[in-house]
Design a protein around this ligand. Structure first.
Ligand code: ADP
Length: 393
């Protein structure tokens, strides 16, 4: 360190010089005797503690007005005060947090305290320098942050519990519904087969409605059951060749692709860290929708991807009926449907909700951009690093 030349403050006496220096500090400084009595204070200490020199000098740590407390609010025994400890152990004590009451304003000031003992020739403590900074504001910010963090954690726990409960409810409800539904479905079909000739046209029509209703309910239950299976477990993640995934997904639709004269335009896709069967399901749902919601022309489905810094961005676009902007977010919710499909069996509004869950499980997002009557493009991202977890702050 560069030494300040002695003559720099030569217009001041040594003691006055030191006093000026100590008073210019923003840290509170107290000089205390062997009984902890205060012998000297700088200006910062007076202003932090809210006392005058007359009020402060001679006070010891045992003065009842200090009302010294630990961070948790419990009383601070004077014998464990950093100054007492420095006197007892003859060693410096650092970074002790304590709260004292400011007499005039009756508010609590939080201090970060250090104590340094000065020993005489015989090795006895002559004086202690106690220095401290006011950390009241910092403590208030910390307390606010802690409160925010705890309420966030509580909210996350509540959400996780209610999600888990909802999923359990869906699974139980759907399982329990299957048996009575199977009865309704098989008996209405029996009714149709056995008594069709004996009943009039209107009765047959009613039976048909009942059969169709039961079939639709079965589909809804099966889709709901499938939705509830995605419970957020990150299992089966591996290097996944998306070209192979796409091939498997399109095989599922080979007949529909042929029948509709659909054209599939695909650029070579990457290998990514993902769950292969979930990726297949994702492409199946999106390609299935591109075929279902066609607009009368032969479907043209384009599948592309782009590599970004920390994720892959995939897109599946079609030339179908399109979606009005006000529904771009809604369609990803469970059971949200806008149009009936083109006769390939009624949808249930579960497919895109499943896509959203799959993408979420891969630390990604899914969204749509579309022009009514012209077509839609579904975008989804998949994070490159599937192992990253968010650290607690
Ligand atoms: P489902 O197809 O069983 O109804 P989805 O969750 O897959 O359920 O889709 C929700 C709704 O979003 C559909 O009912 C449809 O109105 C709309 N939609 C989905 N994909 C497309 C698409 N490619 N083009 C136009 N509309 C679509």
């Amino acid at each position: 360190m560069k030494r300040v030349p002695d003559n720099k403050f030569s217009f001041l006496g040594t003691e006055e010089r030191i006093r000026k220096l100590i008073n210019s500090l923003r840290v509170g400084v107290l000089l205390q005797g062997p009984e902890t009595e205060i012998l000297f204070s700088n200006n910062a200490a007076l202003s932090i503690l809210g006392l005058t020199e007359d009020e402060l000098y001679g006070r010891t740590l045992f003065h009842p007005e200090w009302n010294v407390v630990h961070e948790d609010g419990s009383p601070f025994s004077p014998s464990r005060h950093p100054v007492s400890t420095a006197i007892k152990t003859k060693k410096p004590v650092s970074n002790v947090v304590l709260g004292v009451l400011r007499t005039a304003t009756k508010d609590r000031v939080w201090l970060l305290v250090n104590a340094e003992p000065f020993l005489d020739n015989k090795g006895e403590v002559k004086e202690v320098i106690c220095s401290f900074s006011d950390i009241t504001e910092q403590k208030a910010v910390e307390a606010k942050m802690m409160w925010l963090y705890q309420s966030l954690e509580k909210r996350a726990m509540e959400l996780a519990t209610s999600n888990a409960e909802l999923e359990r409810f869906i699974t139980v409800a759907t399982h329990d519904l299957q048996e009575p539904l199977r009865l309704v479905s098989s008996f209405t079909q029996l009714l149709k087969i056995k008594y069709a000739k004996q009943l009039d046209k209107q009765a047959n029509e009613y039976i048909n409605y009942a059969v169709e209703g039961a079939a639709r309910m079965k589909k809804l239950i099966l889709d709901l059951l499938q939705y509830s299976k995605f419970n957020g477990n990150k299992e089966g993640f591996d290097a996944t060749d998306m070209n192979k995934v796409l091939k498997d997904a399109t095989e599922h639709f080979s007949k529909d692709l042929r029948d509709t004269g659909a054209k599939l335009i695909v650029t070579p896709l990457p290998t990514i860290d993902a769950n292969t069967s979930l990726m297949t399901q994702l492409f199946e749902n999106l390609i299935g929708n591109a075929l279902k919601y066609r607009n009368g022309n032969s479907p043209v489905i384009k599948i592309k991807y782009k590599e970004e810094k920390d994720h892959f961005l995939f897109s599946v676009s079609d030339n179908g009926i399109g979606i009005a902007p006000k529904y771009w977010e809604k369609i990803f919710l469970l059971f949200q449907r806008l149009h009936s499909d083109n006769g390939s069996g009624e949808g249930t509004g579960v497919g895109l909700a499943i896509c959203k869950k799959i993408v979420g499980l891969h630390r990604g997002a899914i969204w749509v951009e579309s022009e009514e009557g012209k077509g839609s493009t579904f975008y989804f991202t998949i994070a490159k690093d599937q192992n990253q977890v968010y650290e607690k702050v």
